[in-house]
Design a protein. Structure first.
Length: 488
């Protein structure tokens, strides 16, 4: 949602002249660049357990963060008040932390002289409501909790009737609405309101002395209009899907073998094992395995890996990142060639390129850093059934849980929640309690088939990298010819 500019100025009790005063104060003792990030977030949540709402909450977070850049130094301070004396104190604190002399302007002039795009260019124009990626038809702030409870009860009932082995159901609804106003020393003024709704349901099953559980979630940048009967039925069906296989699943024999990653949620491996290594701060510091790979082939021809902030209503999408840079669709890998890192303003300045709209922060209490939005691999031209049929012996996986990644080496380990053996080109016995172990660059090089069935998973993915931000991920069916499967 994008409201009139004055509504944001009124909300944060500032005028445009005061914004300039704050920037001037922050840069009074030197500095290259300053930005202001105002935030007002309303949170709400409901939990339904055993048919009863046993937890509910609603709270507001409000404040401003001020950042000063001076060479390689960053000064950051925040205030939980937008009274002018408090903000001036905050500006002085950020300035003192970043204490130094200016290099930003000189670097920008050199970049312009070299014919590259200006890092410090102004993103002109006011936010356009017609281009809003997340209009909310039923704003959360205007929706009473009592009007949301029936959806959770219907969801619980829809899951319960589908399987008599269910012994407990927990349904949850969480929402937030964030008003943002951003201003900087380049005189860029951006503002918007970001809605987010998340529904999850966990079903616990018992059979023959064994217990299994499954959680399904959906999260969108939308208002309460997302709570439809269609969404309810879709989640209920998914909550019981594959439970027979989970009870029957066994731990297979481990070893090196081909792995087929199913479309959709398998994209978390792409996010963790490759996406983080494409974030420009890791590369700028030389800690990423891809730091010296720009312009080089890192996987097969035809493979395209994207980080996208432009998908309407997507959990990871933005109109503007948290530095006021317009979101965009960034091709990190084109036709197998590494073509772009994910940049905030700092890394863009270092590399002499334009920021990609990936400067993100958890809240006004944090400085922005390069973060992913919606990360996925574009569809290829192979039929998923043909990919599976091409594997004489291997494993198919479609749901991952906990994972660990070493950004510098590229090594990763992921726990598989569900999958199947592949024998003679067919899915056979269900498997569980296994790890997939590999190396990001090697796994990319070992992709030998990409399906035509890209799915961007709609679940409630949250990325933790010093801070937590909402993201999404996706992938088509992909065959990696050689990974280590940790089994018996």
């Amino acid at each position: 949602m994008i409201h009139p500019k004055q509504s944001y100025l009124d909300l944060f009790r500032v005028g445009e002249s005061q914004l300039d005063t704050l920037v001037a104060e922050a840069l009074r003792h030197g500095g290259d660049y300053c930005d202001l990030y105002f935030e007002n977030t309303t949170y709400g949540n409901l939990t339904l357990r055993d048919g009863i709402v046993n937890a509910a909450g609603r709270h507001i977070d409000y404040g401003v963060g001020i950042r000063v850049l001076c060479g390689e130094k960053t000064g950051y301070a925040y205030a939980e008040s937008t009274a002018m004396p408090d903000m001036l104190s905050c500006a002085r604190a950020a300035s003192a932390i970043a204490d130094g002399t200016s290099a930003f302007y000189e670097h920008s002039v050199r970049a312009e002289a070299n014919g590259s795009r200006m890092v410090g260019r102004r993103f002109r124009g006011e936010p356009n409501p017609a281009a809003d990626r997340y209009p909310a038809g039923s704003p959360w702030r205007e929706t009473e909790a009592s009007a949301l409870i029936p959806f959770l009860k219907k969801l619980e009932q829809a899951v319960q009737v589908r399987d008599n082995r269910i012994v407990k159901i927990i349904a949850m609804l969480a929402w937030q609405v964030t008003d943002v106003l951003m201003y900087n020393s380049l005189k860029e003024l951006k503002y918007e309101t970001r809605p987010m709704g998340t529904v999850s349901v966990t079903a616990i099953f018992q059979q023959g002395g064994k217990t299994e559980n499954k959680t399904v979630s959906r999260s969108f940048r939308a208002g309460a209009e997302m709570l439809t009967d269609r969404l309810l039925e879709e989640m209920a069906a998914e909550a019981v899907k594959g439970i027979d296989e989970r009870f029957a699943a066994r731990r297979p024999k481990g070893g090196r073998m081909p792995v087929v990653m199913g479309a959709g949620a398998s994209g978390i491996l792409l996010h963790e094992a490759m996406g983080h290594a494409f974030e420009a701060d890791f590369n700028r510091k030389g800690t990423s395995i891809f730091s010296d790979k720009m312009g080089q082939r890192i996987c097969a021809e035809g493979i395209r890996i994207i980080d996208d902030g432009t998908l309407k209503g997507n959990r990871g999408s933005l109109n503007y990142d948290d530095e006021g840079v317009p979101a965009q669709k960034t091709y990190m890998v084109e036709d197998g060639i590494l073509t772009s890192y994910l940049h905030d303003r700092i890394s863009a300045r270092h590399y002499g390129v334009s920021p990609t709209g990936n400067g993100r922060r958890e809240s006004f209490r944090y400085a922005p850093i390069p973060r992913m939005r919606s990360t996925y691999m574009e569809s290829g031209n192979a039929a998923p059934a043909d990919i599976i049929a091409s594997v004489p012996k291997g494993i198919y996986v479609d749901q991952f849980s906990n994972g660990q990644v070493k950004i510098g080496e590229g090594d990763f380990t992921f726990f598989v929640k569900s999958g199947f053996l592949i024998e003679n080109g067919r899915l056979t016995a269900p498997v569980k309690d296994i790890n997939i172990i590999g190396n990001g660059p090697e796994a990319l090089r070992d992709i030998v088939a990409v399906g035509d069935d890209l799915v961007i998973d709609p679940g409630a993915w949250t990325c933790g990298k010093e801070q937590s931000v909402p993201v999404s991920c996706g992938i088509p069916t992909v065959l990696v010819k050689n990974l280590t499967v940790g089994g018996e």
